[in-house]
Design a protein around this ligand. Structure first.
Ligand code: SF4
Ligand code: SF4
Length: 252
C-alpha cells in the first residue's frame, strides 16, 4: 500500500518563480502578474501524461501524427523572486481568492493521478511536513481529498477548446513560433516555448485589447526595471522588454 503524508507550514517557498494560471485568471490579473503563454510539447508515451488528451491541444506536423502540447498562461517571474501577492511574512495576501494552481498545490492536475505522489516530495528549501505528524493525503495511487484537484482539472478541461482555437491561429499566422514548437519536440527533453500573452488577447475578439494593454503595460515595465541590473534575469528582462514594445503599439 502506497501512502504519502503532507502538510503545508505556510513557509511561502513555493510562491517564487513561474506560476501557471487559467485563462480566466490571467485576464483578470493583467494588472498584477507579468503574463506569458507557456507551450510545451508532450512526447507520445511520456510518463504520467496519458490523460493529457482532455486538457492538452494538438498541432499538425509533416509526420502522420499531430504533436500534443500543454498550453497555459503563466505569471512569468524568475525562480528567485516572489509572487507579487506574497507578503513580507510569507503569507498569501489573496488567500481566499488565490489561483486554482495555488489551491491544488502540491498536486498537479496536468499529470495522471497515479503520478501525483511524485509531487509530494518537497523541493530543496521547501518546509512542507512529510513526517508521521502530517496527515495522509495520498493512498493507493489516489488523492484522498480531491476537491481542489478536481476543480482545477475541470477548469483545464473546460478551457481546452479555447486554447486549441488559439494555438490553431497562432501556428497558422506565426510560422516562426510553429517551427520553434516543432523544434523543441525533436529534443530528447522538450523545452518550453514562451510567447506573449497578448497573442491570446489579439486572437480573441471578445477581449478588450486596450483595457488589457493599459493594465499589463505598467506591470511589465515594473518587472523590466526590477530585472535590469542582474544578468541572471536576462531571459526574463528581455521578454518583458519585447512584450512592452508590442503593447506600446496598442497604447499609442
Ligand atoms: S497567489 Fe498567493 S499562494 Fe499563489 S503564488 Fe502568489 S502568494 Fe503564493
Ligand atoms: S513550500 Fe510547502 S510548506 Fe511552503 S508554502 Fe509551499 S506547500 Fe506550504
Amino acid at each position: 500500500m502506497t501512502e504519502r503524508r503532507f502538510a503545508c507550514t505556510a513557509c511561502g517557498q513555493c510562491c517564487y518563480g513561474v506560476l501557471p494560471l487559467t485563462l480566466h485568471e490571467a485576464i483578470e490579473s493583467a494588472g498584477i502578474f507579468p503574463l506569458a503563454m507557456s507551450i510545451t510539447v508532450i512526447k507520445a508515451g511520456s510518463r504520467g501524461y496519458s490523460s493529457v488528451g482532455n486538457i492538452g491541444v494538438q498541432i499538425p506536423t509533416k509526420q502522420r501524427k499531430p504533436l500534443s502540447l500543454l498550453v497555459f498562461p503563466v505569471s512569468f517571474i524568475p525562480p528567485s523572486l516572489p509572487c507579487p501577492q506574497l507578503t513580507e511574512t510569507n503569507l498569501c495576501s489573496v488567500h481566499e481568492n488565490k489561483p486554482l494552481r495555488c489551491r491544488t498545490m502540491p498536486f498537479y492536475p496536468y499529470k495522471d493521478d497515479d503520478h501525483q505522489s511524485e509531487m509530494l516530495v518537497p523541493r530543496q528549501g521547501w518546509l512542507c511536513k512529510t513526517d508521521s505528524d502530517a496527515p495522509v493525503v495520498y493512498r493507493n495511487r489516489q488523492i484522498l481529498d480531491r476537491g481542489d484537484f478536481n476543480n482545477e482539472r475541470a477548469e483545464l478541461v473546460r478551457q481546452a477548446p479555447a486554447l486549441q482555437r488559439y494555438i490553431n491561429l497562432l501556428t497558422q499566422y506565426d510560422r516562426k513560433t510553429y517551427e520553434r514548437i516543432v523544434g523543441t519536440g525533436k529534443a530528447s527533453v522538450p523545452g518550453r516555448v514562451l510567447v506573449g500573452f497578448i497573442s491570446y488577447v489579439r486572437f480573441n475578439k471578445g477581449l478588450d485589447m486596450l483595457d488589457f494593454a493599459q493594465k499589463q503595460h505598467p506591470i511589465l515595465r515594473q518587472w523590466a526595471e526590477r530585472t535590469s541590473v542582474d544578468t541572471r534575469f536576462a531571459e526574463y528582462h528581455n521578454f518583458y522588454k519585447n512584450e512592452l514594445s508590442v503593447l506600446t503599439r496598442y497604447l499609442d
